[in-house]
Design a protein. Structure first.
Length: 98
């Protein structure tokens, strides 16, 4: 299910970026937040309650590196990246490396 902010001037490019990331191989969901953790949009199988938490974690971790990975108890791998005023979280199935 997709959820995106409804701002007509930027809606099409934002929605296109959301769909593009969500359609990548192995991706089960994607979540975008602003710098304060406010959910801007999501697609796929994501826990929306993680929006603020992931923004907080990445705010601290990006002092060391721009992208952080988090593994959830249910086996999902979340790649979290901060890009200027936005945080992007990509949810993937955590599959073993062969």
């Amino acid at each position: 299910m997709e959820r995106a902010a409804s701002l007509p001037a930027i809606d099409a490019p934002f929605t296109a970026a959301l769909k593009d990331i969500a359609s990548q191989a192995g991706v089960i969901g994607v979540l975008f937040t602003d710098k304060n953790g406010l959910l801007l949009g999501s697609s796929g199988d994501v826990d929306l309650s993680l929006a603020g938490y992931l923004t907080s974690v990445v705010a601290q971790a990006t002092k060391v590196q721009p992208t952080v990975s988090v593994t959830t108890p249910d086996g999902k791998l979340i790649l979290v990246h901060k890009e200027s005023e936005m945080t992007i979280a990509v949810f993937k199935k955590n599959e073993p490396i062969r």
